[in-house]
Design a protein around this ligand. Structure first.
Ligand code: ACO
Length: 326
């Protein structure tokens, strides 16, 4: 008998406001053609004035709880990945803890790994569950990334959007530890701080005392993203002696259609095995994987026992993957 972590439900939230490429072209010198051709993005959701990361996270968390038939009191811990917390402190996760009625039950913390945040949060939850310290957790990726954008910089503001996704994970002791058992088979995390100046925010409490804006060397980020995401997929598959063709669904971080296409081509994976939401969501950073996962669960693409590979790369650089038997 093996103690494994299984994702039992998903939830998501996208703000009502939609900003198309044509809308952005009224703000900066760009065009629908340029954005779509370079990134695959057609539109993104943008939070309303005053709509916070914790509110979006709470919507997604409530939906995931409802689908699992649970309440906040059934949850032992919240792991919330975000780059855009409501405040510098307290953690956005404690606001969600309060909103979902957990009271003083369990604990709640934020994780910061930018676009890899959901993979980092899922890996952390998985290890807490496997160690026996908790039985059930909410893992959330939530971003109000529009707050970090410099709306005069066309090289960055066209890429991002807002939203939140959440999953409930719980312990499963029915398996024997094989790759056929349901649940999270493995997680793989990496970072390399030497490249932190290629993608960063030019503000923060201990430097400028401001929130700051996203700054990026797009070409270098692209190059590293394709290399690192390809590497981590192979690393995840190697642990169970699996091949790329064993992956039923690749659920990549939705940064850019071209980054995903290049990764998929390197893996020689059929494009129809990739869940894509970037055209409608843009890059929602830590929220992008749980948002895409929820879409593919709800439309019936992902079926029981499918092998899923979740992978991401973000500022830092950070990158990682999770191999999941659904
Ligand atoms: N609209 C019109 N023209 C633009 C825009 C825009 N929004 N942005 C840049 N340009 C111009 C540039 O000024 C440049 O003009 P020039 O040739 O006259 O100097 C020209 O387009 C080409 O610019 P490049 O930067 O070379 O364009 P590139 O083909 O590299 O595409 C892009 C830029 C889309 C940002 C690409 O580098 C990329 O996708 N990088 C990855 C970035 C990313 O996904 N970051 C997300 C966070 S990290 C992650 O999630 C993995």
């Amino acid at each position: 008998m093996t103690r494994r972590t299984r994702i039992i439900s998903c939830g998501s939230y996208l703000p009502a406001g939609i900003m198309t490429n044509e809308d952005i072209a009224k703000v900066v010198n760009t065009s629908n053609e340029w954005i779509e051709q370079r990134t695959g993005i057609k539109s993104r959701h943008i939070a309303a004035q005053g709509e916070t990361t914790s509110e979006m996270a709470t919507h997604a968390a409530r939906q995931a709880l409802a689908k699992a038939g649970l309440t906040g009191l059934d949850i032992d811990a919240i792991f919330l990945a975000t780059t855009t917390p409501d405040q510098t402190f307290p953690a956005t996760a404690v606001t969600v803890q309060d909103n979902i009625g957990m009271g003083d039950h369990g604990f709640a913390l934020d994780l910061q790994a930018v676009c890899s945040g959901f993979i980092y949060a899922l890996a952390t939850a998985d290890n807490f569950v496997k160690s026996g310290q908790i039985g059930r957790a909410l893992v959330i990726g939530a971003e109000r990334f529009s707050s970090l954008l410099d709306w005069t910089d066309r090289t960055t503001c066209v890429l991002f959007g807002d939203g939140a996704g959440a999953v409930v994970v719980e312990v499963d002791e029915t398996g024997t530890g094989s790759a056929k058992d349901r649940g999270i088979l493995s997680t793989h995390l990496h970072s390399e701080g030497a490249h932190r100046s290629l993608l960063y925010v030019d503000g923060g409490p201990s430097t400028t005392q401001t929130v700051g804006h996203v700054r990026m060397n797009g070409k270098e980020v692209f190059r590293h993203a394709v290399t690192r995401m390809g590497e981590v997929v192979h690393e995840a598959l190697a642990q169970y002696h699996l091949k790329p063709e064993d992956i039923r669904w690749l659920i990549p971080h939705q940064a850019n259609q071209r980054i995903i296409d290049s990764t998929v081509a390197k893996l020689q994976l059929p494009p129809d095995r990739v869940v894509m939401t970037v055209s409608q969501h843009g890059n929602t950073s830590a929220a992008s994987i749980p948002l895409a996962l929820t879409v593919a669960i709800e439309d019936g693409r992902i079926q029981r026992d499918d092998l899923l590979l979740l992978e991401a790369m973000g500022g830092g650089f950070t990158w990682g993957a999770a191999l999941v038997r659904w």
